[in-house]
Design a protein around this ligand. Structure first.
Ligand SMILES: [Zn+2]
Length: 360
């Protein structure tokens, strides 16, 4: 049992100097109630306590082994990662339940057969095949279902998507219905209005990437309360191009894509779309752990309010992962996976990159 004394960043309306009682890995009480327990006190003078952030979009099989990538995520101070797809022949990555980061994994994604199919998905055709694949994932203890509803961005033509719609509505509806029966959420890799509109109409709970949408589609996402991870750092990583894949003209086109996504993120935030931090860690130029901070920095750079970035990295992904009763905030019952920072992370979320103290 231990009493932590510091500022509080993740406790709802509660802020200012405060006390947090921690026992057997959980927050047990706050404020006066915590003080009354008489536990040994740990002063974190001048520091702000924050819940550890989450990353709602990673690929643990990319950019290293799952074990190394989980270690990097833990070293970066992440409380949970959501693994959104890998090659069908690979094993679904799992973390240890009692150790950060918790892993919520989709297993192989559900995608189209043939052209437009993703290498991170099982190629399927027909509503029955999609429902059956969801049931199989549920039996294998997947934590989420990932659909691949569009292809990749066309880097040669900013604004265009290769294979703009890869799944039929009946296929997506069958997957969403079966996932609902199994208690699983569905999130869709979807860029461009066509795929995002179709995925929304079929009832997905999340949109990954979501490039080139426009006001009406963003409004619909806000109205439906759908989570959106716009993966801006992933485009910036292609622009940095550490392996020299692109020439100057290609990098210019990538910059145009990034500019358009930045404008969409600002508009989405203004319209009340539920932005959730997901980095696409493991893809080109995005190391696990650090990728979450690159995504935060990218949002701040394009003008998203710091307090919103903080929520998008803590309470919102916890809710998107169905883990809001134990992660993403400091409240009785929450896992005590906490960071103490030199400044209030609601005013500058990048304080989370250099905590002065951490509980794990
Ligand atoms: Zn991804």
């Amino acid at each position: 049992m231990c009493l932590l004394a510091a500022g509080l960043a993740g406790a709802g309306g509660f802020s200012g100097p405060a006390a947090v009682l921690v026992d057997r890995g959980r927050v047990r009480a706050l404020g006066q109630e915590a003080l009354q327990a008489g536990a040994p006190r740990r002063e974190l003078a001048g520091l702000w306590l924050s819940p550890a952030p989450l990353d709602a979009h990673v690929h643990l099989h990319l950019g290293g082994t799952p074990a190394a990538n989980l270690a990097a995520s833990r070293a970066a101070g992440l409380a949970a990662v959501r693994d959104l797809g890998h090659q069908p022949r690979l094993e679904t990555p799992r973390g240890e339940n009692q150790q950060p980061p918790l892993v919520q994994a989709a297993g192989p994604g559900l995608g189209a057969q043939g052209p437009g199919g993703s290498w991170l998905a099982q190629g399927l055709r027909g509503p029955q095949a999609f429902a059956q694949a969801v049931a199989t994932r549920a039996q294998a203890r997947a934590g989420v279902i990932k659909l691949f509803a569009s292809g990749l961005l066309d880097f040669a033509r900013p604004g265009q998507v290769l294979h703009p719609l890869t799944l039929g509505r009946e296929e997506m509806r069958a997957a969403v219905a079966e996932a609902g029966r199994a208690g699983l959420r569905v999130t869709a890799h979807a860029s461009g209005e066509q795929a995002v509109r179709a995925a929304l109409a079929c009832g997905v709970q999340g949109v990954e990437h979501g490039f080139f949408l426009g006001r009406e589609t963003l409004q619909e996402m806000a109205a439906r309360g759908v989570s959106w991870s716009p993966t801006l750092a992933a485009v910036q990583a292609h622009i940095r191009d550490t392996e020299g894949r692109y020439d100057q003209a290609q990098r210019g086109r990538l910059q145009e894509i990034a500019r358009r996504q930045a404008a969409q993120i600002r508009l989405g935030a203004a319209l009340g779309v539920r932005l959730v931090l997901g980095s696409d860690a493991g893809s080109y130029g995005l190391p696990h752990g650090q990728a979450a901070f690159l995504e935060m920095a990218a949002w701040l750079q394009v003008g998203v309010a710091p307090e919103l970035v903080f929520r998008a990295a803590t309470s919102r992904p916890a809710r998107a992962l169905g883990l809001e009763s134990e992660l993403g905030g400091i409240f009785p019952g929450a896992r005590a996976w906490l960071l103490a920072c030199h400044g209030d992370p609601r005013q500058d979320p990048l304080h989370l990159t250099r905590p002065a103290w951490r509980s794990f």
